[in-house]
Write a protein that binds this ligand. Structure first.
Ligand SMILES: NC(=O)c1ccc[n+]([C@@H]2O[C@H](COP(=O)([O-])OP(=O)(O)OC[C@H]3O[C@@H](n4cnc5c(N)ncnc54)[C@H](O)[C@@H]3O)[C@@H](O)[C@H]2O)c1
Length: 375
């Protein structure tokens, strides 16, 4: 069994802290791995790395220690207070492996590459999977250097950095020989130059923007309308969220990345005729919780108009953390089987999947389990 490291970009964020604390709680038997898809019987024969065997490190631009972040998450009700004492050593061990990140374009990726390689060597790891769980960035401004690896390398050699931070991290991951997962809607790996680099290094990557709430429900419901031949006329979604993610998305330029990835499911599943209204609002008082209220209008037989509404109230990090664990385990599986380029069967986890994939949740789950069993 390979020894797997998980290098978290945004390693001091709510999701990353919940991943490290949650993994430790599962390892010492204080909590069950509820929400981990890879713990389902369908994956029992895949020989995935054990949850408790994962080793954590990462980059962040914040300096608050993980133990302090975990205390705040416990006060906010995300981490059960009863597990805190038991996971302090694991949090401290991961904290010792966090290195300063880069906040803007214009950096030499060499330090990032060395940080990841140093972690792998120090901890005796066979493989490190890099997962971007940092704050969402605004969409990247397109430039010719994004279009090919040769042009990108040329620009870098001339000291011109053209990559936003999320893409710099993807570049560094590939140069360090690591698979890369984009848990966020940031540009990240979605540039032709980086796709070329991943293929040249024979590395798999996956993304973008994990579906954990409203979009998860959307991808389960859209096939129902389509298969019952009901005509969806409009789909409106109001999202209220607190936490660091909510504060970041209060900036309209940054929210544009999230709105774009959230709206892709409907267009892909039902075509472009559905009127879509989508809002994201920051409500600081909601802390780590999120409420999505969706209102859907549709036509039935003889054009009779009807509506469906649902309300989703979720704890974002509790929904997201098990998926980070799943993705780390499945990416090590992809790597071990020589998969390179986008891993389309992981579409089940994402709002805006890379590679060719079905858009309904049930079909995506079938593709995932089939791939995991075969590959
Ligand atoms: N929680 C969910 O259900 C969910 C679902 C899909 C996507 N996401 C995405 O996951 C990301 C993390 O969410 P969160 O709730 O943990 O947010 P958070 O605000 O709690 O944490 C983000 C972390 O990223 C760090 N960071 C910011 N810029 C960085 C940089 N350039 N380099 C390194 N670190 C940097 C911040 O300091 C912070 O520690 C967000 O982009 C969010 O949109 C979350």
């Amino acid at each position: 069994m390979m020894k797997i490291g998980v290098w978290l970009i945004g390693a001091r964020g709510s999701i990353a802290t919940t991943v490290v604390a949650g993994t430790a709680a599962v390892k010492c038997g204080l909590s069950a791995a509820v929400g981990c898809v890879t713990e389902l019987p369908s994956f029992a024969d895949c020989a995935l790395p054990g949850i408790g065997d994962l080793v954590f490190g990462g980059h962040d631009i914040a300096t608050t220690p993980l133990t302090k972040r975990a205390e705040r998450l416990a006060e906010g009700g995300v981490l059960p207070a009863r597990i805190l004492d038991a996971v302090l050593d694991d949090l401290a061990a991961a904290d010792a492996e966090i290195r300063p990140g880069v906040a803007a374009a214009g950096h030499d990726p060499a330090t990032l590459v060395a940080d990841i390689a140093g972690f792998r060597e120090r901890r005796g790891l066979d493989l490190v999977v890099v997962v971007n769980a940092a704050s969402t960035e605004p969409p990247a401004v397109p430039c010719p250097e994004h279009a090919s690896l040769a042009a990108l390398e040329n620009a870098m050699a001339r000291g011109r950095s053209v990559l936003p931070p999320s893409s710099l991290y993807a570049y560094a991951a590939f140069r360090a020989g690591c698979p890369y997962v984009d848990f966020t809607p940031s540009t990240g790996v979605r540039l032709p130059a980086l796709d070329q680099l991943a293929r040249a290094e024979r590395l798999p990557y996956a993304g973008s923007d994990a579906k954990t709430g409203e979009t998860l429900v959307k991808s389960a419901l859209t096939p129902m309308f389509a298969q019952r031949a009901l005509r969806v006329r409009s789909w409106s979604g109001i999202n209220l969220l607190g936490g660091g993610d909510g504060a970041t998305l209060a900036d309209p330029a940054t929210a544009a990345s999230k709105l774009a990835s959230k709206s892709r499911v409907l267009a892909a599943a039902l075509g472009g005729d559905v009127e879509q209204v989508l809002h994201i609002d920051h409500v600081a008082d909601m802390g780590e919780w999120k409420t999505a209220w969706d209102h859907i209008t549709f036509d039935g037989f003889l054009g009779v108009r009807m509506a469906l509404q649902f309300t989703w109230q979720g704890c974002d990090s509790a929904l997201a953390a098990p998926l980070v664990i799943d993705l780390a385990r499945l990416m090590s599986h992809a790597y071990a089987r020589g998969h390179c380029g986008p891993v389309a069967p992981l579409a089940f986890f994402f709002k805006d999947p890379v590679g060719e994939a079905a858009c309904g949740l049930a079909e995506q789950f079938a593709a995932l389990t089939q791939w995991a069993a075969q590959s």
